[in-house]
Design a protein around this ligand. Structure first.
Ligand SMILES: C[S@@+](CC[C@H](N)C(=O)[O-])C[C@H]1O[C@@H](n2cnc3c(N)ncnc32)[C@H](O)[C@@H]1O
Length: 274
């Protein structure tokens, strides 16, 4: 089953322990966290927090809305939304360890009342029809072969005037993709497809793309700055290198190479019920 292999790819074994250790090393008390202090480690997508803000600022958010975060990872986006937009967030993720760490970090950051997490599959959402006003999904579609069912599920749980913001790595060229990359160690769990195919599948699910934005240049610039910082002062104590494990630098280097060859591009789509 590809889902099991995906969850296995992301499972770490000692993630919470290592994040809490890194927080202590940089002088942050893990029992009284400010959500922003986690941003270097809990936004697992190209561009991190900057990319999150750029996406969600297009989603017409206001206090009290019910927001679904599909593939919520360690919960960084969910906590950002709750703290900065006063919305109630539900995250769902396949990887049990991520769900546990997301819950713990959210509790430590004092946001457990506004943010909850479920373990589950985005292609079979355990939620009622029309139970969310907004949905977002950041760097998750690359792991899901059946995007048709994924989008049908997102459409089902969204209200009629809802908005779905997605930010995925998409296929933009014909050159072969090399592995490992942060979302997959081998092609067996990587299901990249083109923006046009996303639009087609979204349309079949009843979602039309109102805004689409290729973020490749932003991604390339982001990694150039990151590399310069690492060359200057070494890998960060608190960073995604913890989440990605031993071959983190190889995964990132290969992804940058794919990005610079224009084989892939992180792409935003803001969708509305058709
Ligand atoms: C690259 S991480 C991104 C996490 C988070 N959205 C973020 O940006 O920080 C991809 C996430 O998608 C989750 N995922 C992959 N396939 C999934 C599925 N079928 N259902 C739910 N979550 C899934 C993984 O467990 C992982 O947490």
């Amino acid at each position: 089953m590809s889902e099991e292999s995906v969850a296995q790819h992301y499972s770490h074994g000692a993630l919470e322990e290592q994040i809490l250790g890194a927080l202590l090393t940089i002088g942050v008390d893990p029992e009284h966290l400010e959500p922003d202090q986690l941003a270097p480690v809990d936004e697992f997508h190209i561009g991190g927090r900057i990319a999150t803000v750029a996406l969600v600022d297009q989603m017409d958010l206001y206090p009290g809305l019910r927001v679904l975060d599909v593939g919520s990872g360690l919960g960084g986006t969910a906590r950002y939304l709750a703290q900065n937009h006063q919305v109630r967030v539900t995250g769902i993720d396949l990887t049990e360890e991520y769900v546990q760490v997301a819950r713990s970090l959210t509790h430590r950051a004092g946001l457990a009342e506004q943010v909850r997490f479920h373990q589950g599959n985005a292609t079979a959402l355990p939620f009622d029809d029309h139970s969310f006003d907004r949905a977002c999904m950041l760097h998750v579609g690359m792991n899901i072969a059946d995007k048709q069912t994924l989008f049908a599920e997102v459409r089902r749980v969204l209200t009629e005037d809802g908005t779905f913001g997605l930010y995925d790595v998409m296929r933009t060229g014909t050159a072969e993709i090399t592995y490992p990359v942060p979302w997959a160690s081998t092609p067996a769990t990587s299901f990249l497809t083109e923006p046009a195919h996303y639009r087609e599948l979204l349309a079949k699910a009843g979602l039309s793309v109102a805004v689409e934005r290729d973020r490749r240049d932003f991604g390339v610039a982001f990694f150039r700055q990151l590399r310069a910082r690492i060359a200057d002062s070494g890998p960060p104590t608190l960073g995604l290198n913890i989440v990605m494990g031993q071959d983190a630098s190889a995964k990132v280097a290969i992804m940058i190479d794919n990005l610079e060859r224009a084989s892939i591009a992180p792409t935003e789509m803001i969708c509305q019920p058709a």
